[in-house]
Structure formats: structure tokens, C-alpha cells
Write a protein that binds this ligand. Structure first.
Ligand code: CTP
Ligand code: ZN
Length: 154
């Protein structure tokens, strides 16, 4: 399915679950962490540094028996704007969804303003997405805008 070239690595098909495809290779672990996949008991397989025409090198994650809500998954658009979700039921792809960044984001991203209260007290960050491309996040607390080049994801 993935490949008919026996020299390429292959990640097995799954029966039921979600395949998250077209993740930039270097952001695989960020996606795992954004989705909290390290904390769930489901079977998960992934491949990284796979060839992709669009991305050069891509990663793919296959989570068995797990179907995500849009707001659970859309935050991965931060690190994988072209990611595509494939919903698998009984080995068939029954639905494809493109991730898209939500209008507001809580947590995961640090405010780049060193004086911001979220960097000094135990307060979860909260941003309004003021631009998606290029990414710009306005802090609800200090109102400073964190751009892609200054973005630190926890
Ligand atoms: N897949 C899987 N298990 C299945 C069916 C599909 O793991 N039972 C995976 C495929 O390996 C692929 C992704 O789900 O990585 C999407 O499958 P498919 O739509 O068949 O592949 P493409 O047409 O290549 O997808 P794209 O839309 O990304 O071009
Ligand atoms: Zn702030």
C-alpha cells in the first residue's frame, strides 16, 4: 500500500483508527506530544523520514481504535499545517480531513514576551490566532504577538 519498492520502509495498514499523514519529518515528536499520544493505551505505529513529494521527508502516525474530535486534532496545524487525517474503518479509508488551525489556542505554545505573566506564574497560555500564514498568535494576557520564528512549543 505505502510502497511497492521493497527497499522502502513500510508501516502496516491498520483495521480501525486514524492515520495522520503528511507530518513534516522533524515534527513527529511534537505532534505526538500535542496529541498526548504518549499517555494513551492504544496501539500506535509511526514512520519517520519517509519520502514525500510535497514535504521532502514526512512522518506518519497510525493510532488504532482512536477517532479524534476536530478541536483535539486541529492544534497540530501549528507544527504540521499540511497534515491529513484518514479515518479508517475495517481497513478502508472512509473519510479524509485536512487540519486547520483554530481561532484560539490554549497551552503548548509559550508567550515570547519574557515579562508575560504566563512566564512567571502557573498560568496556561492563551492566544488568539491573528494570522495563520505566516503564523501570529496574540497573547490574551500581555497582548504581545508571538510569531513563528519566536515560537516555542512545550
Ligand atoms: N492506511 C492505513 N491503513 C488502512 C488504509 C490506509 O494505514 N487500512 C493509510 C495509508 O497507508 C496511507 C493513508 O492511510 O498512508 C491514506 O490512505 P490512502 O487514501 O489509501 O492513500 P493515498 O491515496 O496515498 O493518500 P493521500 O490522500 O495522502 O494521497
Ligand atoms: Zn503574553
Amino acid at each position: 500500500m505505502e510502497s511497492n519498492n521493497s527497499k522502502e520502509l513500510k508501516v502496516s495498514a491498520i483495521k480501525d483508527g486514524t492515520v495522520i499523514d503528511h507530518i513534516p519529518a522533524q515534527n513527529l515528536f511534537k505532534v505526538i506530544s500535542l496529541l498526548g499520544l504518549e499517555k494513551i493505551p492504544n496501539a500506535i505505529t509511526f514512520g519517520t523520514n519517509l519520502e514525500s513529494k510535497k514535504l521532502g521527508r514526512k512522518s506518519i502516525i497510525k493510532v488504532s481504535d482512536r477517532f479524534f474530535e476536530d478541536d483535539e486534532i486541529n492544534k497540530i496545524a501549528l507544527v504540521a499545517p499540511e497534515a491529513k487525517l484518514n479515518i479508517i474503518k475495517d481497513y478502508e479509508v472512509v473519510e479524509k480531513r485536512q487540519v486547520s488551525l483554530p481561532d484560539e489556542l490554549t497551552g503548548y505554545v509559550r508567550c515570547f514576551n519574557p515579562k508575560c505573566i504566563t512566564n512567571h506564574e502557573d498560568i496556561t497560555t492563551h492566544f488568539f490566532v491573528v494570522s495563520k500564514m505566516p503564523l501570529a498568535l496574540k497573547c490574551r494576557y500581555c497582548e504581545k504577538v508571538t510569531t513563528e520564528e519566536h515560537m516555542v512549543i512545550e
